[in-house]
Design a binder for this molecule. Structure first.
Ligand SMILES: *Cc1c(COP(=O)(O)O)cnc(C)c1O
Length: 477
C-alpha cells in the first residue's frame, strides 16, 4: 500500500482513529487503570513492505490496545498526571495533522498563536504580562532547564563573563540555594554544567518541606562576595504540596542580589482560584517560573512552559541565527532561541484550544474539584483505623500509608505490598510516597474527569487492598 493511496483515503483512516479513540475513552470507566505488566517487548522484523495505515492501526490496536494505561481516566492518581480535555485532544490532533514548526516565524500563524497562548497563560496565572516572556517546552524539566540556563547566563553577566561562549571553567563561582528542589531541577543542575553539588540545601521550617527564609538569609549573608547566587523556590512540592514563602524569599533575593527561580509545575494552578492564590503571593518577584501544561492544565503530553523577566539571556546563550534561519520575523520571537529544541511542535494549539473552549473558569473548576476530592480522601484516611496520613493534605496530593496487621515489623515493605495490591486491582492507580521517614502511598488529583463517585470506588478499592495485604502480610510474618 502506498502513501499516496493512503492519503487519498485519509478521511477513512482518520475515521478509524476516531472510532478507536471513542472506544478507548468509552472503556475507561471499566478498564483496569494500569496496564497488565508485559515482560519483554514484541520482537518482529521491520516490515520491508507496508500494509497501509488502516491495517497498521488495526495491528497496533489488536496487539497492544489492551495494554495501554488508563492514565487519562478519572481514577489514575499516580505522579501528577493530569487528563486531557476534549478541546485539547482536538488541538493536539490538529497540531500533528497540520505539522507546523514554530521554531521560526515568517511562514505560519502558528508563532503568533504561540505568543497569544503564552499571554493567555500569564493572564490565567495573574502574572504581569509585559514583564514576563517565555516559551513552550516539553514539560517542567525542559522549563527548569531553560530557566537555569537564563540564571547561569545572568550569573556570568554580573561577573562580566560570557559563560555560553567561554564555558564555566573560567567563570564566577555559582551556587544554587534550595530547600526541596524537584528531582528534575537536580537533573538540570547536572545537565547545565553547574553540577548537583552546586545546590546548597537550605533548612526547612519544622518538619515541613517549606524553605526557612531565615536560613536562606543566613546562607546568602555568609556566602563569598564573588559568588553568584541562584535561589530555587517551590510553589507546590510533589509530596506535601508545600509552598515556599515567596514574599520573604523574594525580598531576601533582592537584598542579596540573587536570581529567584520558582518551580510551580502544578502548584502555580493554586493561583487560578482566589481562595488559594495567596500561597503564591510574591511570585511577581521571580526572575523565572516553571509551569507544566500536561499536568493540571489537562492538555496531552508533552506540554510545559516557562516565563522569565530576562528572556534575552536565553536568546543570547542560544547564540545568533545561522543565515538559513534568519527569516523575516515581524517582531515575533524565534522560539528556536528560547529552548533546547530547534524544530518545535505546535504545542501552543492544544493549550489555545482548551483555554478558548473552557476559559479560565474551566481551569478553576477542575482545580477546585480536585482540591476538594483530595480533602475528602484525606478525611476518610484520617478517620479510618486502617490508614494514617503521613502529612496534612493542603492541595491536591494525599500522602498516607496503611497500618499493617500485628506482627508485621516492616511497615514500609508492607505498604509496598498494599500499593501493589491496590494497583493490581485495577480500580485505582497510585504511586509510592514517603514522608517523615515513613514509606507509604501518594495519590495526586489532577484530572478534570474525576468525580466524587470515583472517590467512593477508590475508597472501597483501598479497603479491599488493605484486607488482601493484611492476609498476605500475616502469612509472611
Ligand atoms: C512534574 C514536576 C516537574 C517535572 O515535570 P515534567 O513535566 O515531568 O518534566 C518539575 N517540578 C515539579 C514541581 C513537578 O511537579
Amino acid at each position: 500500500m502506498s502513501m499516496r493511496d493512503d492519503y487519498q483515503n485519509l478521511s477513512d483512516l482518520l475515521q478509524d482513529v476516531v472510532s478507536a479513540t471513542e472506544a478507548f475513552h468509552g472503556a475507561l470507566p471499566e478498564r483496569p487503570v494500569a496496564a497488565r505488566k508485559r515482560t519483554g517487548g514484541p520482537s518482529t522484523d521491520l516490515p520491508g513492505h507496508g500494509i497501509g495505515g488502516k491495517a497498521a492501526l488495526r495491528e497496533f490496536l489488536d496487539q497492544f490496545g489492551g495494554d495501554l494505561s488508563g492514565s487519562v481516566g478519572s481514577r489514575y492518581f499516580g505522579f501528577v498526571t493530569g487528563g486531557a480535555t476534549p478541546a485539547s485532544i482536538a488541538g493536539d490532533w490538529l497540531a500533528g495533522a497540520v505539522d507546523q514548526n514554530v521554531a521560526s516565524p515568517g511562514d505560519s500563524v502558528a508563532v503568533a498563536i504561540t505568543v497569544q497562548a503564552l499571554n493567555w497563560l500569564k493572564q490565567l496565572f495573574n502574572l504581569p504580562e509585559a514583564s514576563y516572556d517565555g516559551a513552550f517546552t516539553t514539560g517542567a524539566t525542559g522549563a527548569n532547564f531553560a530557566c537555569l540556563l537564563a540564571a547561569r547566563e545572568w550569573a556570568g553577566e554580573k561577573a562580566g563573563y560570557d559563560i555560553a561562549r567561554k564555558g564555566l571553567a573560567g567563570g564566577p563561582p555559582i551556587a544554587i540555594y534550595s530547600a526541596c528542589p524537584h528531582a528534575s531541577f537536580v537533573k538540570v543542575a547536572r545537565f547545565s554544567g553547574l553540577g548537583e553539588d552546586s545546590i546548597h540545601a537550605i533548612a526547612r521550617i519544622g518538619n515541613t518541606e517549606e524553605m526557612d527564609p531565615n536560613a536562606l538569609e543566613a546562607a546568602l549573608a555568609s556566602a563569598p562576595a564573588d559568588q553568584q547566587k541562584i535561589v530555587c523556590a517551590s510553589a507546590g512540592t510533589v509530596t506535601t504540596t508545600a509552598f515556599d514563602d515567596l514574599v520573604s524569599i523574594g525580598s531576601i533575593c533582592r537584598r542579596y542580589g540573587a536570581w529567584l527561580h520558582v518551580d510551580g509545575a502544578f502548584g502555580l494552578f493554586a493561583r487560578t482560584v482566589p481562595e488559594l492564590a495567596g500561597r503564591t503571593s510574591g511570585i511577581e518577584m521571580a526572575d523565572s517560573i516553571t509551569v507544566d501544561g500536561h499536568k493540571w492544565l489537562n492538555v496531552p503530553y508533552d506540554s510545559g512552559f516557562y516565563f522569565t523577566r530576562r528572556v534575552d539571556l536565553i536568546e543570547r546563550a542560544a547564540g545568533g541565527l545561522p543565515a538559513y534561519l534568519d527569516v523575516e520575523s515581524d517582531g515575533l520571537p524565534h522560539y528556536i532561541n528560547r529552548v533546547l529544541e530547534g524544530s518545535q511542535r505546535f504545542r501552543a494549539l492544544p493549550v489555545w484550544m482548551t483555554l478558548c473552549a473552557y476559559g479560565a473558569d474551566g481551569v478553576r473548576e477542575t482545580v477546585r474539584a480536585n482540591v476538594d476530592q483530595a480533602a475528602k480522601l484525606a478525611a476518610f484516611l484520617r478517620d479510618s483505623p486502617q490508614f494514617e496520613l503521613l502529612s496534612p493534605t493542603t492541595l491536591n496530593v494525599v500522602c498516607f500509608r496503611g497500618l499493617p496487621p500485628d506482627g508485621v515489623e516492616n511497615a514500609d515493605a508492607w505498604n509496598k505490598l498494599l500499593l501493589a495490591e491496590l494497583n493490581a486491582g485495577g480500580t485505582a492507580f497510585m504511586t509510592p510516597g514517603a514522608y517523615g521517614g515513613k514509606g507509604g502511598i501518594r495519590a495526586a488529583f489532577s484530572n478534570w474527569q474525576t468525580r466524587d463517585e470515583d472517590l467512593d470506588q477508590t475508597i472501597v478499592a483501598l479497603q479491599t487492598a488493605h484486607e488482601a495485604a493484611t492476609r498476605k502480610g500475616s502469612l509472611a510474618a
